[in-house]
Write a protein that binds this ligand. Structure first.
Ligand SMILES: [Ca+2]
Length: 276
């Protein structure tokens, strides 16, 4: 009887739950994002996000608004930026108050359903491709991390306007396809979920994304192959004649096009075409 009693007692003392940890999968899987509304009184938020590339493409996303705004905006069904491998993306936005917060940009390169990042690194890594500030050094009184001073590209953090932010150049060999992108506005946190009591690391304390009036916007990009080889196409075509070139700059007979992306050139005009 004593032995049975001992086993039962051990079972009772085993915790039925585990303490939350910033690296818990529930804060990463399935593009997890904080759900709730801003409780900040300072008119923070965003009414419009514009993402452009250096190839003439752009997409304009309706933001969550400001003052009591929803933290998370899922624009993946409405906004896809058509762009190219090797293109450079620029992020601009309209915010009534763009002070004392930081922007973070993630791209799920592996299409594995989560934005991968090392929370303890203050450098770009994994799916984190740009930020306006991340610092894990402490305030002098030790109550929280101190204000970041450096952007991911090495330039100084602009504490008066977080839209003064680094561009993002896509890898030149990035595979053709769709990728999910997240722009997160938060205070000194690279956690893609948003800064909350459950996602703090190092000496971080409080300053949750809802209390600070931050926001998270997800959208898509569609990446086509880079067109660097197209520059080698001859330009002495007879006007009106349409010729097709593959992405290596090699001409392909119009009646011999297989599935893929080509450049159609007519006179001095060239357009990309997708043959299905
Ligand atoms: Ca990923």
């Amino acid at each position: 009887m004593k032995k049975l009693y001992s086993i039962a007692l051990a079972a009772i003392l085993t915790p039925a739950f585990a303490m939350a940890d910033a690296t818990d999968s529930q804060y990463f899987e399935n593009y997890a994002a904080f759900q709730g509304t801003s409780s900040h009184s300072g008119n923070r938020g965003c009414t419009k996000l514009v993402v452009s590339d250096d190839k003439g493409n752009s997409t304009e996303i309706t933001g969550p608004g400001s003052s009591s705004h929803t933290i998370f905006t899922d624009a993946t069904a409405t906004n896809t930026l058509q762009t190219e491998a090797g293109a450079t993306l620029t992020f601009t936005g309209t915010s009534a108050n763009a002070e004392w917060m930081h922007n973070y940009v993630f791209i799920d390169f592996g299409n594995d359903g989560q934005f991968d990042v090392d929370l303890n690194s203050t450098e770009l890594n994994g799916d984190l491709v740009a930020f306006t500030g991340y610092y894990l050094g402490m305030k002098s009184d030790g109550t929280d991390t101190a204000d970041p001073e450096t952007q991911s590209n090495g330039s100084a953090t602009n504490n008066g306007n977080y839209w003064d932010m680094p561009t993002v150049t896509l890898p030149a060999d990035l595979a053709t396809g769709f990728y999910r992108v997240r722009l997160k506005n938060d205070w000194n946190s690279v956690h893609p979920y948003g800064r909350t009591a459950n996602t703090l690391v190092g000496g971080q304390s409080t300053n949750a994304i809802d209390a600070n009036g931050g926001y998270i916007i997800d959208f898509m990009i569609y990446v086509q192959p880079g067109l660097a080889g197209v520059e080698n196409i001859a330009t002495d075509l007879v006007e009106g004649e349409v010729e097709y070139y593959n992405l290596q700059g090699v001409r392909v007979a119009a009646d011999n096009l297989s599935t893929g992306i080509y450049v159609a050139r007519q006179g001095n005009k060239a357009t990309k075409v997708l043959v299905k």
